[in-house]
Design a protein around this ligand. Structure first.
Ligand code: PLP
Length: 404
């Protein structure tokens, strides 16, 4: 798998800023954004960056400068979006299992809102009636997504209002005269079968006649990005064509103009990011050598949480070195294996490794478990590296603890 920044450059950043280190490449984000906007241009779709993937304020500002909208999953993400300069007409908020007061606080900002429970829809109706057009997140009973934990649209999922409860939903809408502007679904993440999005659109089409005010069909995020060299990115040009066809063929589009919205997270920021780590110890063991590195599940939890594959490239010159079998493990007091078995040019202690696809759900899901510091983050833009978050220190670990 190709590095988008040269290995010598990544190594120089590791030397300058220390390891472990998150490095993001701005132009890779721009390239992904261009890919999606040009593929979906004929659809007149709106793209909202699902910022739960990576909320560093500098990345959010960069997204805004690119012209992207933003999708938020908490009131605090909405606050960060505002801090990054997004105006309310560019902010979408999809709630999930939260207290109504968070929704009400987001409503104060004027952002677009999707509600995912009947209980909160009722409270929304009581508080706002027809004053605040709103969206509903539905549970379509579609099984999709790369791992059980990120399959969100199936019939046992906690997400969305189950489609079986549509009658009650409509009663609430009528009782409080709520204007439902958006029908939303998000069936999962890491979806390799693009037909899932067509299935999702069909599902929403089926319901459309029951919602006369709906102008937006929001199909969520979940586009596939290659984590493994054998994997392929979702073909967005083909998907766009198929969605266009479905839209033009559907009678509803003759009666009212409909807009499609998408909320990609991984697609925009996964490939821009690397977690650079140093080999601490080598432990030969049978036919394999364990390479213990200076990071762990506290910094990148995806391999442990989702059994996700992350490609790893050594940053030292590989020429002339023989390939050896390695197990790459973290330094946390749990089994935190980044790769069970990987053939790599012979490593020595102190060597640097780049873990690919660390932009999405990497730093964002990190913690200070084992009282280890969260890494620094660096953004490379126009060949300039900028420290966009410093490494944590002991002060950060002690902050907010009383009696010190
Ligand atoms: N939209 C919603 C509602 C989500 O829950 C998620 C991910 O959890 C996304 C969008 C982004 O998904 P992905 O990063 O796979 O594109």
């Amino acid at each position: 798998m190709e590095l988008t920044l040269s290995s010598s450059y990544l190594a120089s950043l590791a030397n300058q800023f220390g390891t472990p280190l998150y490095v993001y490449h701005a132009e890779t984000i721009a390239q992904q954004f261009k890919k999606i906007t040009s593929a979906f241009a004929p659809l007149n779709a709106r793209i909202f960056y699902a910022c739960k993937a990576l909320t560093n304020i500098h990345v959010l500002q960069y997204m805004r400068e690119l012209g992207c909208n933003i999708d938020c999953s908490s009131g605090n993400e909405v606050m960060l979006a505002i801090h990054a300069g997004f105006t309310a007409d560019k902010i979408l908020y999809t709630s999930n299992g939260i207290h109504f007061e968070e929704i009400a606080a987001v409503a104060d900002t004027g952002a677009f809102i999707n509600i995912d429970s009947l209980s909160n829809l009722e409270k929304f109706g009581q508080r706002f009636g027809k004053q605040y057009p709103v969206g509903v997140r539905l549970r379509p009973n579609i099984m999709a997504g790369g791992h059980a934990k990120i399959a969100t649209g199936h019939d046992k999922s906690k997400f969305g209002i189950p489609v079986e409860q549509l009658d009650t939903l409509k009663e609430i809408v009528l009782r409080y005269n709520i204007e439902i502007k958006t029908l939303h679904i998000h069936t999962g993440s890491d979806i390799s079968d693009a037909k899932v999005f067509l299935k999702g659109l069909d599902f929403l089409f089926e319901l459309l006649h029951q919602f006369p005010d709906v102008k937006v069909l929001d199909l969520g995020g979940g586009f596939k990005v290659p984590y493994h060299p054998n994997e392929k990115e979702t073909d967005l040009v083909a998907l766009s064509k198929a969605l266009q066809e479905a839209l033009t063929q559907h009678p509803a589009t003759r009666e009212r103009s409909l807009q499609l919205w998408f909320e990609p997270g991984k697609f925009l920021v996964s490939s821009c990011g690397y977690l650079i780590s140093k080999v601490n110890v080598l432990k030969p063991q049978g036919g394999i050598t364990i390479a213990g590195i200076d990071t762990g599940l506290n910094h990148l939890i995806r391999p442990m949480m989702y059994e996700a594959y992350h490609h790893i490239t050594p940053l030292a010159a590989a020429e002339g070195k023989t390939l050896k079998k390695y197990m790459i493990t973290g330094n946390i007091c749990e089994t935190d294996t980044f790769a069970e078995e990987m053939m790599l040019p012979e490593l020595k202690e102190g060597d640097l490794l780049a873990i690919h696809n660390a932009g999405a759900y990497g730093y964002e899901m990190s913690s200070s478990y084992n009282a280890r510091f969260r890494p620094a983050e660096v953004l490379v833009q126009n060949d300039q590296a900028r420290l966009i978050r410093r490494r944590e220190t002991m002060e950060d670990l002690l902050r907010n603890q009383s009696g010190l």
